[in-house]
Design a protein around this ligand. Structure first.
Ligand SMILES: CC(C)(COP(=O)(O)OP(=O)(O)OC[C@H]1O[C@@H](n2cnc3c(N)ncnc32)[C@H](O)[C@@H]1OP(=O)(O)O)[C@@H](O)C(=O)NCCC(=O)NCCS
Length: 172
């Protein structure tokens, strides 16, 4: 498995991996996360260096992660997600590799902070902590127990307030 930046020819495969990862038995139509990735790709919040794929030796896409532009108050930060690993490749380290890679890329780009909504049991291992520890409020107050941030080298304590995702997240 390799991690590399998404290229123009990967868009369809990324959407298929997202749909497979988030598929819910019995749910009608493709999962909302697949549409979200498509809408984010067309949005000004899309950041090409921060859309990464995991590929097999034959260059088949088996995982994807992205960060898009978000804000804490007026300060530009990043929102991570969706993170997807194709079901037949889960629990083999692909998700962890993608998260480590995107945090490294974001840090190298001098981004101060990455925020996400997810299970603290999974994301804690990558240094994510509940956002309230950093005086950062989730976009929805009821997300408090699952909304996390990971400060990077450019983080400064003055980054406080309410986090806002890119606009396509509002249509989820
Ligand atoms: C979550 C996901 C990206 C993890 O990818 P992965 O390649 O299976 O993860 P890894 O192999 O790197 O890590 C597996 C570990 O994560 C744990 N894990 C996976 N999903 C978890 C969750 N929701 N909560 C807690 N732990 C979780 C596994 O128990 C395993 O832990 P272990 O190594 O201690 O046994 C993948 O399962 C997936 O695509 N799920 C469906 C979509 C999704 O929920 N995305 C995240 C939304 S925030």
């Amino acid at each position: 498995m390799l991690i590399r930046r998404e290229s123009a020819r990967d868009a369809e495969a990324v959407e298929a991996v997202t749909a497979a990862a988030f598929a819910r038995p019995g749910a009608p139509g493709p999962p909302a996360e697949a549409r979200l990735v498509r809408e984010l790709r067309a949005d000004p919040a899309w950041l090409p260096p921060l859309s990464l794929v995991a590929v097999t030796a034959g260059d088949e896409v088996i995982g994807h992660v992205l960060c898009t532009r978000g804000h804490v108050g007026a300060v530009p930060v990043l929102g991570l997600g969706p993170l997807s690993v194709r079901p037949d490749w889960q629990r083999r380290g692909v998700g962890s590799a993608l998260v480590h890679a995107i945090l490294g890329a974001a840090d190298a780009l001098d981004e101060p902070l990455v925020a996400l909504l997810g299970d603290p049991g999974y994301y804690g291992r990558f240094g994510f902590r509940l956002s309230q520890e950093y005086q950062i409020a989730p976009p929805q107050p009821e997300w408090r127990a699952h909304f996390q941030v990971r400060p990077l080298a450019s983080y400064r304590p003055g980054i406080r307030g309410t986090f806002g995702y890119a606009e396509p997240f509002d249509r989820m």
